[in-house]
Design a protein around this ligand. Structure first.
Ligand SMILES: Nc1nc2c(c(=O)[nH]1)N[C@H]1C(S)=C(S)[C@@H](COP(=O)(O)O)O[C@H]1N2
Ligand SMILES: [Mo]
Length: 372
């Protein structure tokens, strides 16, 4: 970090105990929007409803003159235009993406940053070239250990001026199961500007920060990348200054479509007494989801929801449903997911300084009207 940016680029901090959301957090929240929870009803999120997160600005980017380079530790450096990328056999994958900061604003104390509640998620069908194929084309040299991805967007963060960059270990980048994609289409159409037009990385099962948008450079390196996002920003830390653990794959989460209808201002749900269908989605980037459960008593008791069959791909959410008979009064509804490795969601907040991976169970307050 250097002093050239004065005090315009603040260090990470925690909100004071009684501190509300600041104008800076509001500005981020107004740019970076979440999935309206009723849109959990769609198997594939319509692109305008998929969550969006952009650290800096959406860069000016046009298909016509876009070039992707593959260089560094390779035998044959590549420069590919969009036509060249489209000439490789295309692969389409359904992938649930979630921001690592999802749940941050529900933490106490609250890390000051993009204040997501639970809605930083979406599922799309991404089409592109498997990264594995491009790496084979370039011929990765044996000494390479990581692939570093650079986006076209530029900014300053905690005093560090940078292009947005992220790296993957070579085993993940070239692994092929599931495919890491260099994607040019979302739900069958060219990528929208906010989702990386014309080219982005899609890393199934990983939190959003790995899915580099406006992708223009891939560099193979012989040592692990030590860029800002990797070594400073996205770490699980209890204390400032400690190295912490890297943020990688998506922890399990289930979300419920809020039942009934909302109050405009409080967003409290209103239902009538009697049967109320409950439904939602469940996902995990660690292992396939094997169980979704619901609670209608503040998380004291849980029962299994019925899971929809997987669509042949472990990296996309699964639908679930359950039934509930609402009685007049106030209720708190929750859902939780468990995966094949036994990972599940906590009832107490998993706190860390960056506010990453907070998969604390969702709580929906419901007001059931009196009997007519
Ligand atoms: N180039 C670039 N790629 C990026 C980002 C960014 O700011 N710049 N944000 C990352 C983060 S933190 C997330 S959560 C996802 C969000 O992807 P989406 O907006 O398509 O949902 O993009 C990732 N890729
Ligand atoms: Mo993110």
């Amino acid at each position: 970090m250097d002093g050239r940016f004065g005090d315009i680029s603040p260090a990470g901090r925690l909100a004071e105990p009684a501190e509300g959301i600041s104008p800076e957090e509001l500005a981020l929240a107004a740019r970076n929007h979440g999935l309206p929870l009723e849109a959990l009803r769609y198997d594939l999120t319509p692109p305008g409803l998929h969550y969006v997160l952009v650290h800096y600005d959406i860069p000016a980017a046009r298909e016509d003159d876009w070039r992707l380079t593959v260089g560094g530790g390779v035998r044959t450096p590549l420069t590919l235009d969009m036509a060249a990328l489209r000439s490789f056999p295309a692969v389409t994958q359904r992938v649930t993406m979630e921001c690592a900061g999802n749940g941050r604003a529900r933490l106490t104390p609250r890390p000051v940053s993009q204040p997501w509640l639970v809605e930083a998620v979406g599922t799309a069908e991404w089409t592109g070239v498997p990264l594995r194929v491009l790496l084979a084309e370039a011929g990765v040299r044996p000494a390479a250990v990581e692939a570093v991805f650079r986006g076209a967007d530029h900014g300053v963060e905690r005093g560090v001026e940078q292009d947005y960059r992220w790296s993957l270990p070579l085993a993940v980048a070239a692994g092929g199961d599931p495919e890491v994609l260099v994607a040019y289409a979302m739900n069958g159409l060219p990528l929208p500007p906010q989702h990386g037009h014309p080219l982005r990385l899609v890393v199934p099962g990983w939190y959003g920060m790995a899915q580099v948008k406006w992708l223009r450079e891939i560099t193979l390196t012989d040592t692990p990348f030590t860029g800002f996002q990797q070594t400073v920003a996205y770490r699980y830390r209890q204390r400032a200054g400690e190295p912490g653990e890297p943020v990688t794959r998506i922890a399990p989460r289930a979300l419920m479509i809020p039942p009934g209808f909302p109050d405009f201002m409080s967003r409290t749900r209103v239902v009538r007494p009697g049967p109320v269908p409950l439904e939602g989605r469940a996902w995990s980037g660690l292992a396939p989801v094997t169980k979704a459960e619901v609670s209608t008593d503040c998380g004291r008791s849980w029962r299994a929801a019925e899971l929809a069959p997987p669509d042949g791909n472990d990296r996309a959410w699964r639908g679930w449903r359950a039934s509930w008979t609402a009685e007049p009064g106030r209720h708190v509804l929750s859902a939780r997911a468990t995966d094949a490795e036994g990972n599940t969601q906590p009832l107490a907040q998993p706190w860390n300084r960056g506010g990453f991976g907070n998969n604390l169970v969702q709580r929906i307050t419901v007001h059931c009207l009196p009997d007519d």
